[in-house]
Design a protein around this ligand. Structure first.
Ligand code: 3PY
Ligand code: MG
Length: 264
């Protein structure tokens, strides 16, 4: 089976940079796959992407060097299994708040006797290779998003769940969970401390600490803090910032809020 280069990078303690796709376009996926990212996540939670569109995007990513991941819309075994069958080599699941939820997520990603994944790897087989079944339990990454108060409180117990490869922080939902507003994370002491705590505990458990960031600069800072998987903004944010800047340069105008910052 094709090896999971993201998992290998993290095992070598080498930070990986992950793109985040919310635009339902295989062309956009192909373009992003060629920009030097180590992985690309198709976001079926907040992205404008359905399962049929995700299939074409996975196909487009197969023609690029990146590792394909998916953020599932919710912790539903059927949805998780469908995305794995479509060729996702890792699942990021939002709002994991308890050990039971983390166990259910891991179980959906692992074939018996380890888990409860149903057999039918479809595109996974084409992308992964004919021995997909033999290698899948070892190669597929499972990342739980910690972004609720309960998830934060149960962090160590969630990290102890066997088969869970790592944590992915959603800083905006985490800020909301702590009574703050989204995007408050760079300035807010409580959110900053919570993020540092998640990174430290995840590393202590020998698992992968990942986080969503808004810019390349913020992602570089997170790598310096010890995160091993960072996302420097989503496609819409990057596109709108570049487009808005081009308009400003062309018109010789000052930056304004209009047009910029439409990513999440
Ligand atoms: C969050 O910040 O809550 C996320 O889930 C990033 O998309
Ligand atoms: Mg979130």
């Amino acid at each position: 089976m094709r090896s999971n280069r993201l998992k290998e990078m993290c095992q070598r303690q080498e930070a990986a940079v992950n793109a985040w796709l919310s635009i339902p376009s295989s062309y956009c996926a192909e373009v992003m796959g060629h920009q030097g990212f180590d992985a690309v996540t198709i976001d079926l939670q907040h992205g404008m992407i359905g399962f049929e569109q995700a299939i074409g995007m996975f196909q487009a990513l197969s023609a690029t060097p990146v590792l394909p991941l998916a953020r599932v819309s919710r912790n539903d075994p059927a949805l998780v299994m469908q995305l794995l069958d479509a060729g996702a080599y890792g699942i990021i699941c939002p709002m994991i708040s308890s050990v039971e939820e983390a166990r259910s997520l891991v179980s959906a990603c692992r074939y018996p006797p380890v888990g409860t994944r149903s057999f039918g790897p479809a595109r996974g087989l084409l992308y992964g290779g004919p021995d997909y079944f033999q290698g899948a339990n070892d190669e597929i990454l499972v990342l739980a998003m910690i972004e609720t108060r309960q998830g934060l409180d149960a962090l160590d117990a969630i990290l102890a769940v066997e088969g869970l490869d790592g944590i992915f922080v959603g800083p905006n939902d985490l800020a909301l969970a702590l009574g703050k507003t989204p995007k408050s994370e760079p300035d807010d002491q409580d959110v900053r401390q919570a993020i540092a705590h998640i990174c430290e505990r995840t590393r202590a458990h020998g698992k992968i600490p990942g986080i969503f960031c808004s810019t390349g600069e913020a992602a570089a800072q997170r790598i310096a803090e010890g995160f091993l998987l960072v996302t420097p903004g989503n496609d819409v944010g990057l596109l709108s910032q570049a487009a808005h800047r081009a308009v400003q340069v062309a018109k010789g105008t000052q930056p304004s809020k209009q047009g910029a910052g439409s990513g999440y």
